[in-house]
Design a protein. Structure first.
Length: 159
């Protein structure tokens, strides 16, 4: 099974899984420098369904969200690293995600049963709105682990 997919391939995989009555959990993010907080989030997310789709932001979006010098790893490299994790069934390469309409379209096409998130997620209202579009659920799977943060680690490294 190929784990790294483009959006079209992910939609096709999701349709096949739904036809077999399998449940899908979706998470999204940059996942630049993988740390224990990421691992725990993905493992906890996977517990809420049969398959975990990880929507991976492209480098342009990562730079916009995280700032100058980010991402450290390219989307291709981040996908390769994430694909080694047992908890992530599919890594979906997002491209040109410039507005909520594009995200909504992907969610409607994949139709996850669960959109997993963390407590304190600044985008939770957006995720709740998406879940309503597909009669899905938003599940809080973990509290943010402040001691684990890529930005924090980078500050320590560059001191």
């Amino acid at each position: 099974m190929r784990k790294i997919l483009n959006i079209k391939e992910a939609v096709k995989a999701a349709k096949k899984l739904h036809s077999k009555n399998k449940s899908i959990v979706v998470v999204g993010g940059v996942f630049d420098i993988l740390h224990a907080g990421h691992i725990k989030f993905l493992e906890n997310s996977k517990k809420h369904g049969d398959y975990l789709f990880l929507l991976l932001e492209d480098d342009t979006k990562a730079r916009k969200e995280k700032g100058k010098g980010r991402p450290i790893h390219s989307q291709k490299d981040r996908a390769k690293i994430l694909s080694a994790l047992e908890s992530a069934d599919y890594i979906v390469l997002l491209t040109n995600m410039t507005n909520n309409i594009r995200y909504d379209k992907i969610i409607v096409q994949i139709r996850p049963n669960v959109i997993a998130t963390t407590y304190g997620d600044p985008y939770v209202e957006h995720k709740k709105r998406q879940a309503k579009l597909i009669n899905g659920k938003v599940k809080y799977v973990i509290a943010r682990i402040n001691k684990h943060s890529t930005s924090k680690y980078l500050k320590l490294i560059t001191k």
